[in-house]
Design a protein around this ligand. Structure first.
Ligand SMILES: [Zn+2]
Length: 390
């Protein structure tokens, strides 16, 4: 038995996994240095993680290392056998894959089908699809879904575009297919987790999705901010002065009614007449920005800037349809957000456009929720229960 208390060992293990999530690979010495732990402590934890299949050791080919000396062994999150099932349950499509602990660089889905309109039909399609993925006993199944999601109770509280998910016991349904713990992740939060480790300085940021809706998520110190309520980051429902449009939430004047895909199409139609699509909106932004678009992006910047100012965060990441607009539009929005952040008077405020990475984000969620708290070295029943005994 180790002399280190179990709780401390778990905390140390989490610190090492956090390091491996934020860098692609690291040597034992680098991990010891970065975490401030002794080399024996680091070594013991790494051996346990390797034995459990969470981490793997790779030999670097000589000459690829910048420093002289013997070729180092590097560690990284395991890339081989799949241990998680990640699932994107969207209003239109359901997609899933079995993936290893290493968060994927490319989004890939092994199974995809049109999301049925009933829970029963969805379960049936899921059972059929499960035969196509190579996993029998996953460590966990992670599901990204939209709407208001109570992640702690694994329930969807409100989903205007997928009403059956509100009544459905998704964890129970998934366990008809795989005997594994199930985690729900609100879809914008999954996108924010997908940004972790994708950039070197992306531990603190506000992610904003501007698509069918407008939502946000705050990442602080590499962990999703979780408030006391099962809803947070809802900047899309901030009322904008002068805006009288009715919102799906029951309120009036919400940012979402202006800045969502539908809101922008409506504004362009009001300015130009009938028969407008999002492609027309994009074309209109190629030359001089229409006045409505400037006003809309100023409103977005006010809300995003307030979030950055409130939390003391200097990076905003924008995802969704907004990234499809031409440079004059996105440049205007980026500049407006930067000006709205007080930190821009002192130093750089980074506003970047990013692709959606839900599969990557769900693997990170799997590591955070189901691997970090587990004591892999102890042979107790609960730890064994989460392991894949194959
Ligand atoms: Zn609203």
């Amino acid at each position: 038995m180790s002399a280190i208390p179990a709780s401390l060992r778990l905390a140390n293990q989490a610190t090492i996994l956090e390091q491996l999530l934020s860098r692609k690979a690291a040597s034992r010495a680098e991990l010891a240095k970065a975490t401030g732990m002794s080399k024996p402590t680091t070594g013991k934890i790494i051996d346990d993680l390797v034995a459990a299949g969470v981490v793997e050791e790779i030999k670097l080919v000589e000459g690829r290392r910048a420093s002289v000396g013997r070729p180092g062994k590097q560690l990284r999150l395991a890339t081989g056998r799949p241990h998680f099932v990640v699932m994107d349950l969207g209003p239109e499509w359901t997609r899933f894959s079995a993936l290893p602990p290493s968060p994927p660089e490319q989004e890939r889905w092994q199974v995809q089908f049109k999301t049925p309109t009933t829970a029963e039909a969805w379960l049936e399609r899921g059972i059929q699809g499960a035969e196509k993925v190579d996993i029998k006993r996953p460590w966990a199944v992670l599901i990204s879904t939209s709407g208001v999601v109570d992640e702690r109770k694994a329930r969807v509280l409100l989903s205007p575009n997928l009403h059956w998910s509100e009544q459905a016991d998704l964890p129970w349904m998934v366990r008809q297919v795989w005997p594994a713990p199930v985690g729900l992740v609100q879809n914008v939060r999954a996108l924010a987790l997908g940004e972790l480790g994708a950039r070197s300085d992306a531990d603190d940021f506000l992610l904003v999705e501007i698509a069918e809706g407008v939502g946000g998520t705050l990442m602080l110190g590499g962990r999703l901010y979780q408030g006391p309520l099962p809803m947070s980051g809802e900047i899309g429902h901030t009322p904008i002065p002068g805006n009288t449009r009715a919102c799906g939430c029951g309120g009036r004047g919400c940012l979402e009614t202006l800045a969502s895909e539908r809101g922008m199409i409506q504004s362009h139609r009001e300015a130009k007449g009938q028969g407008v699509t999002f492609a027309d909106v994009a074309r209109a932004a190629e030359r001089e920005l229409p006045a409505w678009m400037r006003a809309t992006f100023d409103a977005v910047a006010t809300c995003v800037g307030a979030g950055l100012n409130l939390y003391g965060v200097r990076r905003a990441v924008l995802v969704g349809r907004i990234t499809d607009l031409p440079a004059p539009a996105t440049d205007y929005l980026i500049g407006a957000i930067q000006r709205a952040a007080l930190w821009s008077r002192f130093d750089a405020v980074a506003v970047t456009l990013a692709p959606k990475r839900p599969a990557r984000g769900l693997v990170v969620a799997g590591i955070h929720r189901f691997v970090m708290p587990v004591d892999w070295s102890a042979s107790n029943a609960s730890a064994q229960g989460n392991r894949a005994p194959r």
